[in-house]
Write a protein that binds this ligand. Structure first.
Ligand code: ZN
Length: 329
C-alpha cells in the first residue's frame, strides 16, 4: 500500500525529518473541507465515503463516481506541488451530492415521462431510416410498464405520435406536478462510429455546460430546474450507472446541459440519450424490443433506488451536504 502514496509519504517523511513544513496537503482547502478519506493512485485522486468513490485527474473534467463517468463542471487541477483542486461548483453540485447522497426532494410517487420529438418533428433519423420520435416513444412505453410494475404512477407528455412543444412539455410538468421528470431521447452524430449512452442534468447556475467551448458566456442566474441540482445529478448518476451495467456499450457519462425541458422542469429532472441512431450497428440494437426492455428495466431500477432514499448520505458525521431541496444560489 505504501508505494501507492508516493507523494504523500515522501513529503510527510521529508517534513518529519527536517521538522519543517515541507508537507503540502494533496487536497485544496475546499476538497479537504469534505473531511473524507482519500488516496492517490496512478496520478488520480480518489475521495471515498463508505462504499462511494469519486475519482478526479488533474487537467481533466472527466471524473468517475463508483466507476461511472461523471463530468466535472470545470477541469480539475493538479498543481506543481502535487495539490489537487476542483472549482467550488463542481464540489457543491457534483462531488458532494454524489459522495454524500441527496434525498429525493419529495416522496417519489408520480413520474412524468417525456418521449422526445413527435408528429412532424422526427428527431434524429438513422441510416436505415429508424426515426427517433418512434423509438423514444417505444422506449417510454417499455419504461412506463416497468415503472408501473414497481408501483409508480406514470404520466406521459405524449402517448402517441403528436407534436408537443418544449414549452408545452414544461408547462405540463408544472400542471401535472410529478415527482420526477424523465426525458427520453436517442443521439445522432456526424461521426458514424459514435456510440454509447449519456445522461444529462441541468447545468448549475454560473457553470459552463459540458459541450460549451471556453469562450461561451456562462449563465450566472439560477433557472427553475436549478432548485434541484443535487437531486438532478444524483438521479442522473444512478440512471447512467444502471444503464452502463445492464445495457453496456461505451459509458459517455453524466453531462450537464441547459436543455429547455430541464430548465422548465418543476421537479428533479434528467434527459437520457439512450444510444446513437447515427451508428448503423447501434441503430439496429436500439430498435430491438430486447434492448429496449433491458434499458427500461435498468432505468426503472435506478429510479426505484433513488426513490427509496438509498442514496441518502451516510458515513461522515460532519457533512456540509444539504438535505433536499437545495437552495439555488
Ligand atoms: Zn432527441
Amino acid at each position: 500500500m505504501m508505494k501507492r502514496f508516493p507523494l504523500l509519504t515522501l513529503s510527510a517523511v521529508l517534513g518529519a525529518l527536517t521538522g519543517c513544513a515541507l508537507f503540502t496537503p494533496p487536497l485544496s482547502p475546499e476538497l479537504a473541507a469534505l473531511k473524507l478519506p482519500y488516496r492517490i493512485e496512478d496520478g488520480a485522486l480518489t475521495i471515498t465515503n463508505a462504499d462511494r468513490a469519486f475519482t478526479i485527474r488533474g487537467g481533466s473534467r472527466v471524473a468517475t463516481f463508483n466507476g461511472t463517468t461523471v463530468y466535472l463542471l470545470r477541469e480539475a487541477e493538479l498543481s506543481g506541488d502535487g495539490t489537487f483542486s476542483v472549482d467550488p461548483a463542481s464540489i457543491d453540485k457534483v462531488i458532494e451530492p454524489l459522495l454524500f447522497g441527496s434525498a429525493p426532494a419529495a416522496d417519489v410517487k408520480t413520474i412524468l415521462l417525456d418521449p422526445g420529438h413527435g408528429g412532424g418533428e422526427l428527431g434524429a433519423v438513422g441510416p436505415a431510416g429508424t426515426r427517433e420520435k418512434e423509438i423514444n416513444l417505444s422506449l417510454a412505453h417499455a419504461l412506463r410498464a416497468e415503472l408501473e410494475k414497481r408501483g409508480f404512477k406514470v404520466l406521459m407528455t405524449r402517448d402517441d405520435d403528436r407534436e408537443v412543444g418544449l414549452d408545452e412539455r414544461g408547462s405540463l410538468c408544472n400542471r401535472l406536478q410529478p415527482d420526477l421528470f424523465l426525458s427520453i431521447h436517442h443521439n445522432a452524430a456526424g461521426n458514424r462510429n459514435a456510440t454509447g449512452i449519456e445522461t444529462y442534468a441541468l447545468t448549475p447556475a454560473g457553470s459552463p455546460s459540458t459541450s460549451d467551448t471556453p469562450t461561451v458566456r456562462v449563465k450566472e442566474q439560477s433557472l427553475r430546474g436549478n432548485r434541484f441540482d443535487a437531486q438532478n445529478v444524483t438521479l442522473a448518476a444512478g440512471v447512467q450507472t444502471y444503464l452502463r451495467r445492464r445495457v453496456g456499450g461505451p459509458d459517455r457519462g453524466v453531462k450537464f446541459a441547459r436543455f429547455r425541458v430541464l430548465v422548465l422542469a418543476a421537479c428533479p429532472a434528467i434527459l437520457i440519450e439512450a444510444g446513437f441512431l447515427s451508428n448503423p450497428a447501434e441503430e439496429k440494437n436500439i430498435a430491438s424490443p430486447q434492448r429496449q426492455a433491458k434499458a427500461a428495466a435498468a432505468i426503472a431500477d435506478a429510479v426505484t433506488e433513488y426513490a427509496r432514499h438509498r442514496l441518502r448520505r451516510s458515513g461522515a458525521s460532519e457533512s456540509p451536504a444539504q438535505s433536499a431541496p437545495a437552495p439555488s444560489r
